[in-house]
Write a protein that binds this ligand. Structure first.
Ligand SMILES: NC(=O)c1ccc[n+]([C@@H]2O[C@H](COP(=O)([O-])OP(=O)(O)OC[C@H]3O[C@@H](n4cnc5c(N)ncnc54)[C@H](O)[C@@H]3O)[C@@H](O)[C@H]2O)c1
Length: 335
Protein backbone atom coordinates (compact mmCIF):
# COMPACT_ATOMS: atom_id res chain seq x y z
CA UNK A 1 0.00 0.00 0.00
CA UNK A 2 1.59 3.25 -1.09
CA UNK A 3 -0.60 5.45 1.07
CA UNK A 4 -1.26 5.73 4.79
CA UNK A 5 -3.63 3.22 6.39
CA UNK A 6 -7.06 4.83 6.75
CA UNK A 7 -8.55 4.22 10.19
CA UNK A 8 -11.89 4.97 11.86
CA UNK A 9 -12.55 4.62 15.57
CA UNK A 10 -15.88 3.87 17.25
CA UNK A 11 -16.36 4.70 20.96
CA UNK A 12 -14.57 7.77 22.22
CA UNK A 13 -13.81 7.08 25.88
CA UNK A 14 -11.35 4.23 26.32
CA UNK A 15 -11.36 4.10 22.52
CA UNK A 16 -9.20 7.22 22.44
CA UNK A 17 -6.31 4.85 23.24
CA UNK A 18 -6.96 3.24 19.87
CA UNK A 19 -6.89 6.62 18.14
CA UNK A 20 -3.52 7.28 19.75
CA UNK A 21 -2.23 3.77 18.97
CA UNK A 22 -3.11 4.20 15.29
CA UNK A 23 -1.63 7.71 15.21
CA UNK A 24 1.64 6.55 16.71
CA UNK A 25 1.79 3.91 13.96
CA UNK A 26 1.43 6.68 11.38
CA UNK A 27 -2.10 5.83 10.22
CA UNK A 28 -4.53 8.51 9.08
CA UNK A 29 -7.58 8.91 11.34
CA UNK A 30 -10.29 9.51 8.76
CA UNK A 31 -13.40 9.35 10.95
CA UNK A 32 -14.54 8.91 14.54
CA UNK A 33 -17.87 7.88 15.99
CA UNK A 34 -19.62 8.13 19.34
CA UNK A 35 -23.33 8.08 20.03
CA UNK A 36 -22.75 10.66 22.79
CA UNK A 37 -22.31 14.06 21.16
CA UNK A 38 -20.27 15.52 24.00
CA UNK A 39 -17.76 12.65 23.93
CA UNK A 40 -17.64 12.92 20.15
CA UNK A 41 -16.93 16.65 20.23
CA UNK A 42 -14.24 16.25 22.89
CA UNK A 43 -12.36 13.63 20.86
CA UNK A 44 -12.94 15.46 17.58
CA UNK A 45 -11.33 18.61 18.94
CA UNK A 46 -8.53 16.72 20.61
CA UNK A 47 -7.52 14.91 17.41
CA UNK A 48 -8.47 17.64 14.89
CA UNK A 49 -11.09 15.55 13.11
CA UNK A 50 -13.17 17.62 10.65
CA UNK A 51 -16.80 17.99 11.81
CA UNK A 52 -18.15 16.20 8.74
CA UNK A 53 -16.09 13.15 9.74
CA UNK A 54 -17.51 12.93 13.28
CA UNK A 55 -20.47 10.55 13.39
CA UNK A 56 -23.00 9.58 16.04
CA UNK A 57 -24.24 6.55 14.06
CA UNK A 58 -21.70 3.78 13.46
CA UNK A 59 -23.51 2.84 10.22
CA UNK A 60 -21.86 5.90 8.67
CA UNK A 61 -18.52 4.13 9.26
CA UNK A 62 -19.92 0.82 8.01
CA UNK A 63 -21.04 2.50 4.78
CA UNK A 64 -17.85 4.50 4.15
CA UNK A 65 -16.02 2.70 1.31
CA UNK A 66 -12.68 4.34 2.00
CA UNK A 67 -11.66 2.91 5.39
CA UNK A 68 -9.10 0.12 5.94
CA UNK A 69 -9.35 -0.56 9.69
CA UNK A 70 -12.01 0.20 12.29
CA UNK A 71 -11.42 0.00 16.03
CA UNK A 72 -14.40 -0.70 18.31
CA UNK A 73 -14.44 0.38 21.98
CA UNK A 74 -18.09 0.51 23.01
CA UNK A 75 -19.98 -1.38 25.75
CA UNK A 76 -19.28 -5.11 25.65
CA UNK A 77 -22.91 -5.98 24.90
CA UNK A 78 -22.58 -4.30 21.48
CA UNK A 79 -19.21 -5.70 20.34
CA UNK A 80 -20.61 -8.52 18.24
CA UNK A 81 -23.40 -6.63 16.47
CA UNK A 82 -21.17 -3.70 15.50
CA UNK A 83 -18.16 -5.87 14.57
CA UNK A 84 -20.31 -8.17 12.43
CA UNK A 85 -21.86 -5.21 10.58
CA UNK A 86 -18.36 -3.87 9.90
CA UNK A 87 -16.97 -7.23 8.77
CA UNK A 88 -19.90 -7.79 6.42
CA UNK A 89 -19.04 -4.42 4.84
CA UNK A 90 -15.45 -5.60 4.31
CA UNK A 91 -13.83 -3.56 7.10
CA UNK A 92 -10.92 -5.00 9.08
CA UNK A 93 -11.92 -4.78 12.75
CA UNK A 94 -9.94 -4.45 15.97
CA UNK A 95 -12.47 -4.86 18.79
CA UNK A 96 -12.04 -4.44 22.54
CA UNK A 97 -12.21 -7.37 24.95
CA UNK A 98 -14.20 -9.26 26.14
CA UNK A 99 -15.31 -10.40 22.71
CA UNK A 100 -18.86 -11.05 23.96
CA UNK A 101 -20.80 -11.88 27.10
CA UNK A 102 -22.87 -14.86 25.92
CA UNK A 103 -22.20 -18.14 24.14
CA UNK A 104 -24.72 -17.21 21.47
CA UNK A 105 -22.87 -14.00 20.63
CA UNK A 106 -19.49 -15.79 20.57
CA UNK A 107 -20.83 -18.30 18.07
CA UNK A 108 -22.28 -15.55 15.89
CA UNK A 109 -18.97 -13.67 15.93
CA UNK A 110 -16.96 -16.74 14.91
CA UNK A 111 -19.41 -17.55 12.12
CA UNK A 112 -19.36 -14.04 10.64
CA UNK A 113 -15.57 -13.73 10.98
CA UNK A 114 -15.15 -17.09 9.20
CA UNK A 115 -17.38 -15.92 6.35
CA UNK A 116 -15.57 -12.61 5.92
CA UNK A 117 -12.42 -11.94 3.89
CA UNK A 118 -11.60 -9.07 6.24
CA UNK A 119 -9.46 -9.54 9.37
CA UNK A 120 -10.80 -9.53 12.89
CA UNK A 121 -8.81 -9.11 16.11
CA UNK A 122 -9.86 -9.00 19.77
CA UNK A 123 -7.73 -6.59 21.79
CA UNK A 124 -6.37 -9.00 24.40
CA UNK A 125 -3.95 -6.36 25.49
CA UNK A 126 -1.98 -8.39 28.05
CA UNK A 127 -0.28 -10.13 25.13
CA UNK A 128 1.40 -6.79 24.37
CA UNK A 129 2.26 -5.80 27.95
CA UNK A 130 6.07 -5.66 28.23
CA UNK A 131 6.29 -7.62 31.52
CA UNK A 132 4.03 -10.38 30.22
CA UNK A 133 5.84 -10.52 26.87
CA UNK A 134 9.09 -10.94 28.80
CA UNK A 135 7.55 -13.69 30.95
CA UNK A 136 6.42 -15.53 27.81
CA UNK A 137 9.93 -15.23 26.35
CA UNK A 138 11.50 -16.60 29.57
CA UNK A 139 9.09 -19.56 29.59
CA UNK A 140 9.70 -20.36 25.92
CA UNK A 141 13.48 -20.16 26.30
CA UNK A 142 13.30 -22.81 29.05
CA UNK A 143 14.72 -20.43 31.68
CA UNK A 144 12.31 -21.62 34.39
CA UNK A 145 12.05 -25.23 33.21
CA UNK A 146 8.66 -26.90 32.95
CA UNK A 147 5.62 -25.07 34.26
CA UNK A 148 3.73 -26.58 37.16
CA UNK A 149 1.67 -23.67 38.55
CA UNK A 150 0.53 -20.34 37.05
CA UNK A 151 -1.49 -17.65 38.74
CA UNK A 152 -2.75 -14.22 37.78
CA UNK A 153 -5.16 -11.72 39.24
CA UNK A 154 -7.28 -8.84 38.07
CA UNK A 155 -7.87 -6.48 40.98
CA UNK A 156 -9.48 -3.15 40.11
CA UNK A 157 -11.83 -0.93 42.10
CA UNK A 158 -14.99 -0.46 39.95
CA UNK A 159 -16.81 1.53 42.67
CA UNK A 160 -17.26 4.46 40.28
CA UNK A 161 -17.53 2.39 37.09
CA UNK A 162 -20.56 0.21 37.78
CA UNK A 163 -23.50 2.56 37.34
CA UNK A 164 -24.00 1.70 33.68
CA UNK A 165 -23.61 -1.24 31.28
CA UNK A 166 -21.00 -2.78 33.60
CA UNK A 167 -23.80 -3.56 36.09
CA UNK A 168 -25.50 -5.90 33.58
CA UNK A 169 -25.64 -9.36 35.27
CA UNK A 170 -24.16 -10.87 32.08
CA UNK A 171 -21.14 -8.60 32.52
CA UNK A 172 -19.83 -10.57 35.51
CA UNK A 173 -16.46 -9.25 36.72
CA UNK A 174 -14.77 -12.51 35.73
CA UNK A 175 -15.79 -11.90 32.11
CA UNK A 176 -15.50 -8.11 31.91
CA UNK A 177 -12.12 -7.59 33.61
CA UNK A 178 -11.09 -11.08 34.68
CA UNK A 179 -10.86 -12.06 31.01
CA UNK A 180 -7.46 -10.31 31.04
CA UNK A 181 -6.06 -12.72 33.64
CA UNK A 182 -7.74 -15.74 32.07
CA UNK A 183 -6.45 -14.84 28.61
CA UNK A 184 -2.97 -14.31 30.02
CA UNK A 185 -2.91 -17.79 31.58
CA UNK A 186 -4.27 -19.33 28.37
CA UNK A 187 -1.47 -17.61 26.45
CA UNK A 188 1.22 -18.76 28.90
CA UNK A 189 0.00 -22.26 29.81
CA UNK A 190 -2.67 -23.31 27.29
CA UNK A 191 -6.39 -23.92 27.74
CA UNK A 192 -7.59 -24.82 31.24
CA UNK A 193 -9.42 -28.12 30.89
CA UNK A 194 -11.35 -27.98 34.18
CA UNK A 195 -12.22 -25.11 36.52
CA UNK A 196 -13.69 -24.71 39.97
CA UNK A 197 -14.50 -21.41 41.71
CA UNK A 198 -15.87 -19.62 44.77
CA UNK A 199 -17.32 -16.13 44.70
CA UNK A 200 -18.13 -13.51 47.35
CA UNK A 201 -20.13 -10.28 47.23
CA UNK A 202 -19.29 -7.59 49.82
CA UNK A 203 -18.08 -4.56 47.91
CA UNK A 204 -20.27 -3.48 45.00
CA UNK A 205 -23.89 -3.08 46.20
CA UNK A 206 -25.04 -1.89 42.77
CA UNK A 207 -24.35 -5.20 41.01
CA UNK A 208 -26.14 -8.53 41.40
CA UNK A 209 -23.09 -10.68 40.65
CA UNK A 210 -20.16 -11.61 42.89
CA UNK A 211 -17.49 -8.91 43.04
CA UNK A 212 -14.69 -11.29 44.02
CA UNK A 213 -14.00 -14.74 42.61
CA UNK A 214 -11.19 -17.20 43.00
CA UNK A 215 -10.90 -19.96 40.43
CA UNK A 216 -8.58 -22.93 40.36
CA UNK A 217 -7.81 -24.67 37.11
CA UNK A 218 -6.32 -27.83 35.69
CA UNK A 219 -4.22 -27.53 32.55
CA UNK A 220 -2.61 -30.23 30.41
CA UNK A 221 0.92 -31.47 31.26
CA UNK A 222 0.31 -31.61 35.02
CA UNK A 223 0.01 -27.82 35.36
CA UNK A 224 -2.36 -26.21 37.89
CA UNK A 225 -3.51 -22.60 37.91
CA UNK A 226 -5.39 -19.94 39.80
CA UNK A 227 -7.14 -16.70 38.86
CA UNK A 228 -8.34 -14.15 41.40
CA UNK A 229 -10.70 -11.40 40.28
CA UNK A 230 -11.83 -8.56 42.53
CA UNK A 231 -13.77 -5.67 41.00
CA UNK A 232 -14.39 -3.87 44.26
CA UNK A 233 -10.95 -4.20 45.88
CA UNK A 234 -9.57 -1.38 48.00
CA UNK A 235 -6.13 -1.05 46.45
CA UNK A 236 -4.45 0.18 43.26
CA UNK A 237 -5.12 -1.69 40.03
CA UNK A 238 -2.90 -4.74 39.64
CA UNK A 239 -2.50 -7.87 37.55
CA UNK A 240 0.12 -9.53 39.69
CA UNK A 241 1.17 -12.76 38.02
CA UNK A 242 3.40 -15.56 39.30
CA UNK A 243 4.68 -18.34 37.07
CA UNK A 244 6.26 -21.35 38.74
CA UNK A 245 8.53 -23.71 36.82
CA UNK A 246 10.72 -26.66 37.80
CA UNK A 247 13.88 -24.53 37.40
CA UNK A 248 12.68 -21.08 38.37
CA UNK A 249 9.91 -18.61 39.10
CA UNK A 250 8.78 -15.34 37.54
CA UNK A 251 6.93 -12.67 39.52
CA UNK A 252 5.57 -9.82 37.43
CA UNK A 253 2.80 -7.26 37.11
CA UNK A 254 1.50 -4.92 34.45
CA UNK A 255 1.90 -1.97 36.80
CA UNK A 256 5.43 -2.50 38.11
CA UNK A 257 8.69 -1.19 36.60
CA UNK A 258 10.52 -4.33 37.70
CA UNK A 259 9.94 -8.05 37.59
CA UNK A 260 11.63 -10.77 39.61
CA UNK A 261 13.24 -13.90 38.24
CA UNK A 262 14.44 -16.82 40.34
CA UNK A 263 16.56 -19.53 38.75
CA UNK A 264 18.50 -22.48 40.17
CA UNK A 265 22.09 -23.65 40.33
CA UNK A 266 23.33 -27.01 39.00
CA UNK A 267 22.10 -28.72 42.21
CA UNK A 268 18.58 -27.37 41.72
CA UNK A 269 18.94 -24.89 44.60
CA UNK A 270 17.29 -21.46 44.24
CA UNK A 271 19.78 -18.69 43.45
CA UNK A 272 19.51 -15.08 44.57
CA UNK A 273 16.62 -13.23 42.89
CA UNK A 274 17.35 -11.22 39.76
CA UNK A 275 15.52 -7.96 39.21
CA UNK A 276 14.64 -7.15 35.61
CA UNK A 277 13.71 -3.58 34.71
CA UNK A 278 10.73 -3.37 32.44
CA UNK A 279 8.64 -0.66 30.79
CA UNK A 280 5.25 -0.11 32.45
CA UNK A 281 2.69 -0.02 29.65
CA UNK A 282 -0.47 -1.80 30.69
CA UNK A 283 -2.37 -0.72 27.61
CA UNK A 284 0.13 -0.94 24.79
CA UNK A 285 -2.31 0.22 22.09
CA UNK A 286 0.53 1.22 19.77
CA UNK A 287 1.97 -2.30 19.67
CA UNK A 288 -1.49 -3.86 19.42
CA UNK A 289 -2.34 -1.67 16.43
CA UNK A 290 1.03 -2.36 14.80
CA UNK A 291 0.46 -6.13 15.01
CA UNK A 292 -3.02 -5.81 13.52
CA UNK A 293 -1.84 -3.47 10.75
CA UNK A 294 0.89 -5.97 9.87
CA UNK A 295 -1.70 -8.77 9.63
CA UNK A 296 -3.91 -6.60 7.41
CA UNK A 297 -1.17 -5.29 5.13
CA UNK A 298 0.73 -8.57 4.76
CA UNK A 299 -2.20 -10.97 4.96
CA UNK A 300 -0.87 -12.65 8.10
CA UNK A 301 -3.05 -14.63 10.50
CA UNK A 302 -4.37 -12.76 13.54
CA UNK A 303 -3.43 -14.58 16.75
CA UNK A 304 -6.28 -13.23 18.89
CA UNK A 305 -8.94 -13.81 16.24
CA UNK A 306 -12.66 -14.44 16.89
CA UNK A 307 -12.06 -18.09 17.85
CA UNK A 308 -9.24 -17.24 20.27
CA UNK A 309 -11.25 -14.41 21.85
CA UNK A 310 -14.19 -16.80 22.19
CA UNK A 311 -12.08 -19.43 23.95
CA UNK A 312 -11.03 -16.89 26.57
CA UNK A 313 -14.66 -15.94 27.23
CA UNK A 314 -15.63 -19.66 27.26
CA UNK A 315 -13.14 -20.23 30.10
CA UNK A 316 -14.57 -17.19 31.94
CA UNK A 317 -18.15 -18.46 31.48
CA UNK A 318 -17.04 -21.81 32.92
CA UNK A 319 -15.62 -20.04 36.00
CA UNK A 320 -18.89 -18.15 36.54
CA UNK A 321 -20.86 -21.39 36.14
CA UNK A 322 -18.58 -23.21 38.60
CA UNK A 323 -18.94 -20.48 41.21
CA UNK A 324 -22.75 -20.48 40.94
CA UNK A 325 -23.29 -24.26 40.76
CA UNK A 326 -20.51 -25.37 43.09
CA UNK A 327 -19.43 -27.91 40.47
CA UNK A 328 -16.26 -28.52 38.49
CA UNK A 329 -16.86 -27.29 34.92
CA UNK A 330 -15.05 -28.23 31.70
CA UNK A 331 -14.97 -25.15 29.44
CA UNK A 332 -16.43 -25.72 25.98
CA UNK A 333 -13.84 -24.51 23.44
CA UNK A 334 -15.67 -25.93 20.48
CA UNK A 335 -16.23 -22.92 18.20
N1 LIG B 1 -8.27 -3.27 27.38
C1 LIG B 1 -8.54 -2.64 28.50
O1 LIG B 1 -7.76 -2.67 29.43
C2 LIG B 1 -9.85 -1.89 28.61
C3 LIG B 1 -9.98 -0.86 29.54
C4 LIG B 1 -11.19 -0.15 29.58
C5 LIG B 1 -12.23 -0.51 28.74
N2 LIG B 1 -12.06 -1.55 27.88
C6 LIG B 1 -13.17 -1.94 26.97
O2 LIG B 1 -13.43 -0.88 26.07
C7 LIG B 1 -14.82 -0.80 25.79
C8 LIG B 1 -15.33 0.61 26.12
O3 LIG B 1 -15.12 0.87 27.50
P1 LIG B 1 -15.17 2.36 28.07
O4 LIG B 1 -14.52 2.31 29.41
O5 LIG B 1 -14.69 3.33 27.06
O6 LIG B 1 -16.77 2.54 28.25
P2 LIG B 1 -17.54 3.92 28.45
O7 LIG B 1 -18.94 3.55 28.81
O8 LIG B 1 -16.78 4.85 29.33
O9 LIG B 1 -17.52 4.56 26.99
C9 LIG B 1 -18.16 3.95 25.90
C10 LIG B 1 -18.32 4.99 24.81
O10 LIG B 1 -18.96 4.35 23.70
C11 LIG B 1 -20.04 5.18 23.26
N3 LIG B 1 -21.03 4.31 22.63
C12 LIG B 1 -21.88 3.44 23.22
N4 LIG B 1 -22.59 2.79 22.28
C13 LIG B 1 -22.19 3.26 21.08
C14 LIG B 1 -22.57 2.99 19.75
N5 LIG B 1 -23.48 2.06 19.45
N6 LIG B 1 -21.96 3.66 18.75
C15 LIG B 1 -21.03 4.61 19.03
N7 LIG B 1 -20.64 4.91 20.28
C16 LIG B 1 -21.20 4.23 21.30
C17 LIG B 1 -20.53 5.88 24.51
O11 LIG B 1 -21.24 7.06 24.22
C18 LIG B 1 -19.23 6.16 25.24
O12 LIG B 1 -18.64 7.37 24.84
C19 LIG B 1 -15.47 -1.90 26.60
O13 LIG B 1 -15.59 -3.04 25.80
C20 LIG B 1 -14.49 -2.19 27.70
O14 LIG B 1 -14.59 -3.51 28.20
C21 LIG B 1 -10.89 -2.22 27.77
Amino acid sequence: MDRKLRVANIGMKFGMCHVEGAMSYGAEIVAICDSNEENLRFAGERYNIPEEKRFTDYMDIVNDKDIDIVTVAIPDQQHVKVSCDLLRAGKNVLCEKPLALTREDLEEMVRVADESDAKFMVGQICRFTPAFEKAKELIESGTIGELYFVESEYAHDYMKLCDNWRADPNRHGVIGGGCHAVDLLRWLAGDPKEVFAYGTHKLLPMVSYDDATVAIMKFDNDVAGKVFVSTGCKRDYTMRTVIYGTKGTIICDNTSPTMTLFTTDEDGVTKEAQTIEIEVNNHNAAREFEVFADAVLNDKPVITDAREGSKTVAACLAIVEASTTGKIVKPDYNF
